[in-house]
Ligand binder design. Structure first.
Ligand code: P6P
Length: 341
């Protein structure tokens, strides 16, 4: 792409700020800082075995999951990058039990940043795409030491959300509430360049993403919905479907944003105390915001994800997101099941 026509992330943010008053200098700085941190993470991830950073860190996170060395490093990179800018009141991460305050030596701002620093990290050692997911909220007025409850806002309150997928190319996907836009890292320039403006997810699809090994643990409407997809053109859907499952949400969602599809991580009986595997605040909410801004939908199978009222920082939620007509169909199976009870 000729340099004269390429639009850098910085230029895009400045032009968005001119067009939409709610984007201010602090939010612009926040996005630039997170993007820069993702470039640092991309370098660490890209070293693979040469970086001495593969494998487990020997610690566990609040989810009870073994932390990979790169989980811990990515978390530290994001915390350090966001400490000094004066744009944040605090951070929350999948890798930390409690919110992380901005050190008192630095000025504080009005935004809360939540992130999964390296989603899909179980794929790192086998060289499959992983990613960083982030969500931005306003810190409630008058709150200078935000606690977990101050982060627990419904996803509809997000002012920005995005992810960076560390794949064959490093791609940042961002929404500020006015469309979903794609930036590809120009490794020679060292900057993210706008490569797709205002992405639109096809309303219909023939592709679904789910971990089929959990089939026996799903509730009945989920089992029925998936069985009808598998029945293909001989079944009630009258068309054949394809299946993909990367086991890295960022990679699966990026495919859906690019060519359509439906991503499903439903509630299952494996651990009835957990309403699903994915975390609401820093996985489902940011992805739901991005997908809706791209013309798609995101529900729990029953309710719009962005309207779920959080009760805990690390709470989980069932996720059905992607092509709007297919998400509507999957949601109909669950609502009809409830209505027939
Ligand atoms: P499973 C990765 O651990 C993650 O949180 C998501 O990125 C991914 O979609 C899901 O879990 C994979 O779960 O049960 O297939 O390992």
């Amino acid at each position: 792409m000729p340099l004269s026509r390429s639009i850098s992330l910085t230029r895009f943010l400045i032009e968005e700020q001119r067009a939409h008053q709610h984007i201010n200098a602090d939010l612009r700085l926040l996005i630039e800082v997170v993007a820069r941190a993702c470039k640092t993470i991309a370098i660490a991830v890209g070293k693979g075995d040469l970086g001495g950073l593969l494998g487990e860190a020997g610690s566990g996170n609040v989810q009870g999951e073994a932390q990979q060395k790169l989980d811990v490093l990515s978390n530290e990179i994001l915390l350090e990058a966001n400490a000094w800018g004066g744009h944040l009141a605090g951070c929350a991460s999948e890798e930390m039990d409690d919110p992380h305050p901005i050190p008192d030596v630095y000025p504080k701002g009005n935004y809360l940043l939540l992130f999964d620093p390296l989603d899909g990290s179980s794929n790192i050692d086998v060289n499959i795409s992983v990613g960083t997911i982030f969500s931005v909220l306003h810190c409630p007025d008058g709150v200078t030491q935000p606690r977990a409850e101050h982060y627990c806002q419904p996803g509809a309150m997000q002012v920005a959300a995005g992810y960076t997928v560390y794949g064959p190319s490093t791609v940042l996907v961002l929404t500020l509430g006015h469309g979903t836009h794609v930036f590809t890292l120009d490794r020679e320039l060292g900057s993210f360049v706008l490569t797709r403006r205002d992405v639109q997810i096809p309303a219909q699809t023939r592709e679904f993403a789910i971990n089929m090994s959990n089939q026996r643990h799903w509730e009945e409407p989920t089992q029925r919905y998936i069985a009808d997809l598998l029945a293909g053109k001989d079944g009630p859907r009258g068309k054949d479907f394809n299946m993909r499952w990367v086991a890295s949400m960022v990679a699966d969602v990026h495919r859906i944003l690019t060519r359509g599809g439906v991503f499903i991580y439903p509630w299952d009986r494996k651990d009835a105390s957990k309403p699903g595997k994915l975390r609401l605040m820093y996985e489902a909410n940011p992805m739901a915001f991005l997908v809706e801004q791209a013309g798609g939908k995101a529900t729990t199978g029953r309710d719009r994800i962005l309207e779920v009222m959080p009760t805990a920082l690390h709470q989980r939620v069932p996720v059905f997101l992607g092509s709007r007509d297919e998400v509507d169909e999957a949601t109909r199976y669950h609502r009809d099941f409830d209505a027939a009870k």
